[in-house]
Each structure stands twice: as structure tokens, then as C-alpha cells.
Design a protein around this ligand. Structure first.
Ligand SMILES: [Fe+2]
Length: 314
């Protein structure tokens, strides 16, 4: 059900005010996700779960086992869409994830670049550099981008705070979490700084020469599409963009879709959940107040199409 605009505005204000004090970061995480987010830890490490069992000396073996669960909430391509980002965070709150990661492109196209940077910077355990982030941060030549996209990047560069600009300048091209069989990047992992797309089997095939360097699951953004490719040393198979259990003898490259500008004709925000213990990957969608996001794009005097396409999910 679509959120009422007034309620959405109140929720935005609440979330933003939650994030205003950096010293309350841990408490904010706790309040957002219903339990304290732990540092990424080696598989098998015993840490507290959200059920309070870590403080319970009588915790059963079963509950101790559950504490080992590692659920990752991952999203990408927020593109300055505050309403979509808030809807995704709300969805992830219900998913009881342990840790959040962002695959980049927090800025570009949308009406709330600074607000989105502020939130992602504070809730995500790690964030990858996207091509729009690189452009805004002066880390990439974007003079060849088409006029409207270039204009939005220029506007965004002026709109974000010094802290958020410093954050964009510091973002890595990839993050590897070997204890969880997870590699995160924005575009293709083959040539990270080129931000190449992977949305077709021929593009996924380029990963075969570096298959040994990929983790069991490689998550990417960039195309704004939900795509799944299963790789063996000699084959690439495109699977339906549905939740799946990872097979031991295959590696997977998955494009997680976009929070703020989906392009698969579904205007709901995309995000994913990966359980690194159960080896279960799930696609998720969240409805949000598209009209309000549309208004914010126009208010920032960006290309009208950036606002209108949100209704269509293209
Ligand atoms: Fe993007």
C-alpha cells in the first residue's frame, strides 16, 4: 500500500533527525533494525543476536546456532531518491538483517542527494563507489555524459555537504568479505574502474577468466536491473531474477536492481537479502511515494524525464 505523503514526510524527518548526531550511530542502527548491527565477523564467531540470547547464559545450543546467522541487506543505485531509500530501510528493518551494504550511485538523477548520502553513510557498514559518485567527487571525467545527466551531477556536487563529499572521495571500488563468500562492486568486477555493465550473458562471460578471484556470490549494481548469472569454468547461465539457493559448484554474479531508479518496468524500489550461512539469496521490492520523489526532482530543477520515469520504473 502506498504511503500517505504526510506520513512519508514525517518518516523522513524522523529518520534524518535520528542520524543528526554521529555519536548516536550505534543506537540509531539499533533503533532502525530492531537490534544492534555487529561488525562483519568470521564465520563461526559467537556474537550477540537480536533475541537477547547473547546475554542469556542459559541460551540453548539451537539459539547459539541462530546467533551465527549472518543476514546481509544490500542495495544499490539510490540516486538521490530519499523516499525510495526510506522504504528500503523500512523493508530491511523487517528482514532483521545483521549488516547493510550499498553498491554505489547514491547520487545522480534524484532530488535528495545530500539526504541520501547522509543516511547511507551512517547506516551502511560499507559502501562502494558508483560512477555517479565518482563523477560528483571529481574522481572521474564525465564530460561525455549527456547534458541532463551532467547537469544533475553538477547540481548534486553543489548540493552535498563537505562531509558527504569527503565520504564520496573515500569510497572503494570493491569490497571483499571472504568469510561470507561475498564480493561487492558497482559494475563488472573485471575492470573495476571502467564501470562496465553486466546485464547479459555475453557480459557475464567476461568474468570467466577471473572466476578464481570471484567469491561464491558477486553482487553488483549499475544496470538498475535484477539479473542472475550462474558461472562455472566453462559456462554462463542466466537464471530468472528470483530468489535462489546457491549451489556449491557454481559461482554467481547478481545485479541487485536499483533503489531510486528501477529500469525493469516495476517502479518499486529494489533491494536484496543474502544469508551467508543458509546460502540463500532473495530479491525484495518496496513501494514508496513516487509522487513525492517526482516533486523533489522538479524542485531541484533537474531534467523532467528524471522525475517522470520514476512512475514507470524505467
Ligand atoms: Fe546508477
Amino acid at each position: 500500500m502506498r504511503r500517505e505523503r504526510g506520513a512519508a514526510r514525517e518518516a523522513d524527518a524522523g529518520i534524518l533527525s535520528d542520524f543528526e548526531d554521529n555519536d548516536r550511530r550505534a543506537a540509531v542502527r539499533s533503533s532502525i533494525f530492531g537490534h544492534t548491527l555487529s561488525r562483519v565477523r568470521p564465520a563461526g564467531a559467537r556474537v550477540g543476536g537480536g533475541d537477547g540470547s547473547a546475554r542469556n547464559p542459559c541460551a540453548s545450543p539451537k539459539s547459539m546456532l541462530q546467533m551465527d546467522a549472518m543476514r546481509f541487506g544490500i542495495f544499490s543505485d539510490t540516486h538521490g531518491n530519499l523516499e525510495a531509500l526510506n522504504a528500503v530501510l523500512e523493508g530491511l528493518r523487517h528482514e532483521k538483517v545483521d549488516s547493510l551494504y550499498c553498491l554505489g550511485d547514491t547520487v545522480g538523477y534524484g532530488g535528495s542527494p545530500n539526504e541520501c548520502c547522509e543516511i547511507v553513510r551512517k547506516v551502511a557498514r560499507g559502501t562502494i563507489l558508483g560512477n555517479h559518485d565518482a563523477a560528483v567527487a571529481g574522481r572521474m571525467d564525465y564530460s561525455y555524459y549527456y547534458d541532463a545527466a551532467r547537469h544533475a551531477l553538477d547540481v548534486h556536487a553543489r548540493a552535498i555537504s563537505a562531509e558527504n563529499m569527503a565520504w564520496l572521495k573515500s569510497l572503494p571500488y570493491d569490497l571483499r568479505l571472504p568469510d561470507h563468500d561475498l564480493l561487492l562492486c558497482h559494475g563488472s568486477p573485471v575492470r573495476l574502474e571502467e564501470f562496465e555493465y553486466i546485464f547479459a550473458p555475453e557480459q557475464a562471460r567476461d568474468c570467466l577468466p577471473i572466476l578464481d578471484r570471484l567469491e561464491h556470490l558477486t553482487l553488483i549494481g549499475h544496470s538498475h536491473l535484477c539479473k542472475v548469472f550462474a558461472l562455472t569454468p566453462t559456462s554462463v547461465e542466466e537464471l530468472p531474477p528470483q530468489s535462489f539457493d546457491l549451489e556449491r559448484n557454481k559461482k554467481y554474479v547478481v545485479s541487485v536492481g536499483s533503489v531510486g531508479q528501477p529500469r525493469d518496468f516495476d517502479n518499486r524500489a529494489s533491494f536484496v537479502v543474502f544469508d551467508s550461512v543458509a546460502k540463500r539469496f532473495e530479491f525484495k521490492r518496496a513501494e514508496y511515494d513516487v509522487e513525492l520523489s517526482h516533486e523533489r526532482v522538479l524542485k531541484l530543477d533537474l531534467e523532467k524525464n528524471f522525475a517522470q520515469r520514476l512512475f514507470l520504473g524505467v
